[in-house]
Structures are given as structure tokens and as C-alpha cells.
Design a protein around this ligand. Structure first.
Ligand SMILES: [Zn+2]
Length: 172
């Protein structure tokens, strides 16, 4: 292989590696008002990571998603999570007939906002998500960065981050 061809081949590999990285690879946790958080869905730019684990933990706390395994809180926004999200949204509409939202399986400002209405302040930056079957802990630190207690370690008070696309939350 000529030197020029070798350089060209190296360039192609480098471009392919860069292209393979998600465009949102930098650390970017949920901060402040959850309505300003990333939109999550099966085809969204953000569909994997600890931030998905936060939404899944809310689904679990309301009884719409399993705690463990591939149909539980795993950090991946797949078809099971989409279906659980539609069920969560449908339940919201049934219980809030004057405040209906799109039951589309997409976690955007509407759905994050309704979920946030169930995030109740306890004290000193600590919160509880008031789910139907569990109240996992959440925390907003002095920089407005959110952490949360994933379903797999519910009851321990152990908090994990809300970045993406890395998945660091424990699974069970
Ligand atoms: Zn981000």
C-alpha cells in the first residue's frame, strides 16, 4: 500500500470512529426543571444512559415497569419502556381528565413536567418521587444536578447520576 493510500485508509477509520460516537457523548446530567431535560424515546438522540434509568425508575415506582431484567430498569429506552411510557401517560390522562397529554411513548416536556409534579421536596435538596408503589429518593445538589435512587437499590438511599449515554446504574 502506498503511503498516500495508507494515510487515506487511516483517515477513513478515524472518521468512522468519530461518527460512531454519539453526538451527545459529553457528560450532561439532568439539571433543574425536568421539563428542560432531554426528550427520551425509542428513536430519540438520547435513548440510553442513566437518564433513561431515572425515567424507568419513575415508571417502576408507578407500577408500569419491572424492577429487574430486560423488562425492567436497565438504562435502555426500548419497546418495553415505550409501552410502559404509553401506559403511564394513559394513566395520567385517566386520572387528570382536565390535563390530558399525548400518550405517544415520548418523554418530552409534557411528560417530564407531569412526572416532576410528583417529585416532592423533603429537605436539604432531597426529594421523593411519589409513585403508586414506591417512593424512590431523588436529590438536586447546589449546582441543580439531579441524582436518584435506582429501582435495583431501592431502600438503600444510594444515589446515581443522570448522565448519558453511559449506564452506571446497578441492575438486578
Ligand atoms: Zn445531554
Amino acid at each position: 500500500m502506498s503511503r498516500l493510500r495508507l494515510l487515506a485508509a487511516t483517515f477513513v477509520v478515524a472518521v468512522a470512529l468519530v461518527a460512531a460516537l454519539p453526538s451527545t457523548a459529553s457528560a450532561h446530567p439532568a439539571t433543574g426543571d425536568l421539563r428542560n431535560n432531554h426528550t427520551l424515546c425509542t428513536t430519540c438522540a438520547v435513548r440510553q444512559g442513566d437518564i433513561v434509568g431515572l425515567w424507568q425508575t419513575m415508571l417502576w415506582a408507578d407500577g408500569f415497569l419491572g424492577q429487574c431484567g430486560s423488562s425492567g430498569v436497565d438504562g435502555f429506552f426500548g419497546q418495553v419502556t415505550r409501552r410502559a411510557t404509553i401506559n403511564w401517560q394513559t394513566n395520567w390522562n385517566n386520572t387528570h381528565p382536565g390535563d390530558r397529554i399525548s400518550a405517544d411513548g415520548i418523554v418530552g416536556p409534557q411528560t417530564w413536567g407531569r412526572a416532576e409534579s410528583k417529585v416532592l421536596s423533603i429537605n436539604f435538596g432531597f426529594f421523593l418521587y411519589e409513585g403508586a408503589i414506591a417512593h424512590p429518593t431523588m436529590r438536586e445538589d447546589q449546582n441543580s444536578v439531579w441524582t436518584f435512587e435506582p429501582a435495583a437499590v431501592f431502600g438503600t438511599g444510594e444515589l446515581f447520576g443522570t448522565n448519558h449515554p453511559a449506564i452506571t446504574i446497578p441492575r438486578c
